[in-house]
Design a protein around this ligand. Structure first.
Ligand code: HEM
Ligand code: HEM
Length: 198
């Protein structure tokens, strides 16, 4: 590597058989699975079980613990990504497709942070019992009580809107594009899915 090459930039294009490392794959698929579980749990608790029921409280408890697990794993993944170079895309993938894929990946990293952070901010505004992370006490996001004073409702409402509506639809749209791109390239002679498949 020359001194001008950043260690986290993609490797030179077209290395045949180049694949993501086991750690990168494990983090990718664990987070993809957990995010889909989170969307399912969120919709289930908000749309299908009666409001203020004990079932809703239990599902919300699991949703919060899984969401905070996502936050920890995303921090690990970003640390890993910043210190490890991903394999280069196959030669023949057009410049605009590389740019679109790269933009989608950056957007995913931002969403994977914003989703748990807005959730954490929302529950940090609740007075009363501490936040439970798989039965352990998890701190409130500092400053949320002060930011919401004296009337927390507008800020809580904004966070709820961003968390439960805006970000979810952006993540689903990005996912559709991401999966379509992976499948297109897999079958048009530029295999990428196999690079991320264990
Ligand atoms: C990747 C992470 C996360 C995803 C994908 C996610 C997704 C969702 C979804 C889909 C909903 C329901 C949306 C609807 O009703 O239409 C929801 C609601 C909720 N989420 Fe999350 N969530 C995540 C992380 C978190 C975290 C870390 C917390 C708290 C620490 C949290 C707290 C909540 C709460 C309290 C609600 C109910 C909001 C309300 O009062 O309506 N979420 N989430
Ligand atoms: C919410 C779910 C998902 C998220 C958040 C996500 C996120 C990401 C991110 C951030 C990368 C870039 C990794 C890097 O830094 O280099 C990536 C790569 C990749 N993802 Fe996903 N992904 C998800 C679901 C999926 C699914 C369902 C598929 C299956 C088709 C998939 C297939 C791939 C492939 C093949 C790559 C490697 C692309 C390449 O070769 O450059 N992902 N994903």
């Amino acid at each position: 590597m020359t001194s001008s090459e950043a260690p986290t930039a993609p490797a030179p294009a077209g290395q045949a058989g180049a694949r993501y490392t086991g750690v990168a794959m494990a983090l990718h698929w664990a987070l993809a699975g957990l995010i889909l579980v989170q969307i399912g749990l969120g919709w289930w608790m908000n749309e299908w079980v009666p409001d203020h029921s004990s079932a809703q409280d239990s599902i919300e408890g699991v949703h919060i613990s899984v969401g905070l697990t996502v936050l920890i794993l995303v921090a690990v993944r970003i640390g890993w990504r910043l210190t490890h170079r991903p394999p280069a895309l196959p030669t023949g993938v057009a410049g605009w497709e590389r740019a679109l894929a790269g933009t989608g990946h950056v957007l995913f990293y931002l969403l994977m942070l914003a989703l748990p952070l807005t959730g954490w901010a929302m529950v940090s505004m609740h007075a009363g019992a501490p936040i439970s992370f798989w039965g352990l006490s998890w701190p409130r996001l500092p400053g949320m009580a002060q930011l919401g004073a004296p009337n927390p409702r507008p800020l809580r409402g904004l966070l709820q809107l961003v968390h439960t509506n805006l970000l979810i639809w952006v993540v689903l749209a990005n996912l559709a594009l991401h999966v379509a791109g992976a499948l297109k390239h897999q079958f048009d002679g530029h295999p990428v899915l196999s690079r991320m498949w264990p």
